[in-house]
Design a protein around this ligand. Structure first.
Ligand SMILES: CCCCCC/C=C\CCCCCCCC(=O)NCCO
Length: 428
């Protein structure tokens, strides 16, 4: 069956052979039986395209299942599949898992093979994509990882780091030292999202773990100067030529593509006009585009420094695990997916850093969360905040996850924290 990414030009071109992860799983008896829906190009947190249409959230059909792997998350939540796979370069496994109330995990890039998988932005540097796993519980995620981390995969794709699954680390019972934050200044989360972290933090503390407040360094540098610039370094040319050339663009993707492909001078004008009223939005739009190879190398070098700075901050506090919000809000309406991208700062941060990260559902949006939203101003009640507020109003009953994060190559330790959170706070 062809992988289309929701564009017609790939409808009749199935791959000649299975991707490495599919080959490895089939050899162990797995039966891949369905491909699920994604947004056109994959570079979205929504899930609709003009070929297969729009996937709906299993909790509320007026809302999105998230994206890009939204079809998979909705299917798993509905009991239609036990294990699913997606790729994640900004949250595509974790965001839909959070929106649909299941578990999702993105390993360090190159722990799992991506050979044979189609990528939304092939060649993109600095914000690291990785295939990830989705399931209804953490043990199933661990089982999926264990099934992949075998000699077969290391042989089929010698580019992955050949570390088998370390079961003893996953099952370790020693108390953990865990850093936590409830909010990013760049995009403060809606009330339920911060409350979920406090809930998980208190439960972990009660269970004997040590919780330490942690402040991610230099957020604006991470999200605007690095993530945003690196993701749009080609000024949207890959998506517009490789995917959207001669295609009907999905109605929910149009606005996002317009911003990604906007010429630099228009961005500057927009930024100048918006600055007095909405400085964050202005800065997000008007950042300088990457204009040369020299410029790209400078940004990549700056990213390396940022990773080192982040690691140093963790080291100062003797931390190798983090607990934080899964996203800036619960499941959004499909029409808001391209407008609340700032809320993906919580997930994209760990693609920039290339740390393993996963989400676990711990609570649901309450009437009280919904009332508190009335006074919520986010960063400063700017356009991003208004869309987040509008889309979150009335979200009572929707699932809310927290995110657990580990150091590079420490997938098993990260999964262990996820398992502990699931055991202590599970929604059942
Ligand atoms: C508006 C400024 C926001 C800056 C902060 C967040 C920056 C970028 C987030 C980008 C998220 C893009 C969606 C990626 C979805 C994904 O992971 N796709 C997988 C492709 O393989």
């Amino acid at each position: 069956m062809a992988t289309t990414m929701g564009v017609t030009k790939y409808l009749d071109s199935p791959a000649d052979e299975d991707a490495v992860i599919v080959q490895v799983l089939k050899k162990q008896g797995a039966v891949p039986f369905v491909k699920t829906n994604v947004p056109q190009t994959l570079l979205s947190i929504g899930c609709s395209n003009p070929v297969f249409g729009k996937t709906l959230n299993p909790f509320d059909p007026t809302r999105s299942p998230g994206g890009s792997s939204g079809g998979e998350a909705a299917l798993i939540k509905g009991g239609g599949s036990v294990l699913g796979f997606g790729s994640d370069v900004g949250g595509s496994v974790r965001v839909p898992a959070h929106f649909c109330g299941i578990c999702g995990f993105k390993p360090t890039g190159r722990r799992i093979s991506d050979r044979g998988l189609l990528k939304g932005s092939p060649g993109m540097q600095g914000v690291i994509s990785s295939p990830g796993v989705m399931a209804r519980d953490v043990d199933s995620l661990a089982l999926g990882m264990k099934a992949l981390l075998v000699p077969d995969m290391f042989l089929l794709d010698p580019q992955v780091v050949p570390i088998p699954f370390r079961q003893e680390t996953y099952e370790d019972k020693k108390p953990m030292r865990i850093g936590y934050f409830t909010s990013l200044r760049f995009c403060p989360p809606t009330p339920s999202m911060g409350r979920a972290v406090i809930m998980a933090k208190e439960a972990l503390k009660k269970a004997g773990h040590t919780l330490v407040a942690f402040d991610p360094p230099d957020e604006f540098r991470a999200f605007i100067d690095l993530t945003s610039r690196l993701i749009t370094a080609d000024n949207g040319r890959t998506v517009s030529t490789m995917w959207l050339d001669d295609e009907v663009i999905d109605e929910y993707l149009e606005g996002q593509i317009r911003v990604w492909t906007m010429p630099h001078y228009l961005r500057k004008i927009q930024g100048f006009l918006l600055k007095p009223f909405w400085p964050r939005v202005a800065r997000s739009f008007s950042h300088r585009l990457i204009g040369s190879v020299y410029d790209l190398w400078q940004r990549l070098a700056e990213r390396e420094k940022y990773v080192e700075q982040f690691l140093d901050e963790l080291k100062k506090k003797n931390l190798d695990l983090l607990l934080c919000p899964a996203f800036g809000a619960p499941a959004c309406k499909p029409e808001h997916a391209g407008k609340i991208m700032a809320a993906a700062a919580y997930t994209s941060l760990f693609n920039l850093l290339n740390f393993p990260a996963g989400v676990v559902p711990v609570t649901m949006v309450t009437e009280e969360d919904d009332r508190m939203l009335d006074d919520w101003r986010g960063y400063g009640n700017d356009a991003f905040d208004k869309f987040i507020k509008e889309t979150t109003k009335g979200a009572v009953g929707l699932p809310v996850a927290v995110q657990c994060v580990g150091l590079p190559w420490q997938e098993e330790r990260c999964l262990r924290l996820m398992k502990e959170v699931e055991t202590l706070c599970s929604l059942g």
